[in-house]
Design a protein around this ligand. Structure first.
Ligand code: UDP
Length: 240
């Protein structure tokens, strides 16, 4: 294996990362590029687990705002993450990256059910494991899923890939010209400074389990690789 900082990573891809400019649906050239970025890291010999979101198709909160029952709306969101996972699997396999999709809600005809030990075994056998369906429970997010699965599989770090945002700022850089980017933060800094990075459940899970997370821009080619190799890009958040 190449000389790397993180040997087993949890990559969190939001649904948006697969959507491109329109922000909705799956954009074939965009998902292809994402798959190629993953492949370049895979070629380093890194073990890669991926949690994919579903916001490019459906968010439970929006369903609730339209008058749906929240839990029901959230299940639609979980199904959206499974569609994204299958599309990502297809793109990865078409460029020669072996993958397995595991769903938190059983769907045996199209994917394996989530089995922690089996997921770890796949990683050891150099297969990229895509966790789909979120946690399988409503009221959670795929950020929380990433933090949870990262702890379960003993990942070295959570890579929070963002669309066009290259890290955590003191304020919204699009609105505030004085916003400064942080290179390093602790989880407590995030709480004390009132920064909004990931939801609090996800953040406290990764803090409790002492798993660092790195927020970085997915839209710049080579960035996943740079994070894995320990280059100082984005913002790294540690427990203490
Ligand atoms: N979701 C859920 N439980 C989970 C993960 C996801 O209910 O454990 C639902 C929730 O409705 C959410 C949707 O799936 O809005 C899509 O996930 P998310 O918003 O996290 O996707 P992303 O913003 O990363 O694209």
């Amino acid at each position: 294996m190449a000389d790397v900082k993180y040997k087993r990573i949890m990559l969190k891809l939001s649904g948006e990362a697969l959507a491109g400019d329109k922000g909705f649906g799956i954009n074939p050239p965009v998902i292809k590029t994402v798959a190629e970025e993953v492949k370049s890291v895979y070629n380093l010999g890194i073990q890669i687990a991926i949690v994919v979101g579903g916001g490019n198709m459906w968010r439970g909160v929006s369903g609730e705002q339209m008058g749906m029952e929240r839990a029901q709306a959230d299940y639609i969101g979980m199904l959206a993450t499974i569609m994204n996972a299958l599309a990502l699997q297809d793109n990865l396999e078409s460029i020669g990256v072996p993958t397995r999709v595991q769903t938190s809600i059983e769907m045996r005809q199209i994917a394996e059910p989530y089995i922690r030990r089996k997921a770890i075994r796949h990683l050891e056998k150099e297969r990229v494991v895509i966790f789909a369906g979120g946690t399988g429970s409503p009221y959670f997010s795929t950020d929380t899923t990433a933090a949870l699965r990262a702890a379960e599989i003993n990942a070295d770090a959570i890579l929070m890939a963002k669309n066009g945002v290259d890290g955590i700022y003191s304020a919204d850089p699009n609105k505030d010209p004085d916003a400064v980017k942080f290179d390093q933060l602790t989880q407590l800094d995030i709480i004390n400074k009132g920064l909004h990075v990931m939801d609090t459940t996800a953040s406290s899970l990764s803090m409790d389990n002492d798993i660092p997370f790195v927020v970085f821009n997915l839209n710049e080619s080579g960035n996943i690789r740079k994070v894995v190799e320990g280059e100082n890009i984005g913002t790294t958040v540690r427990g203490k």
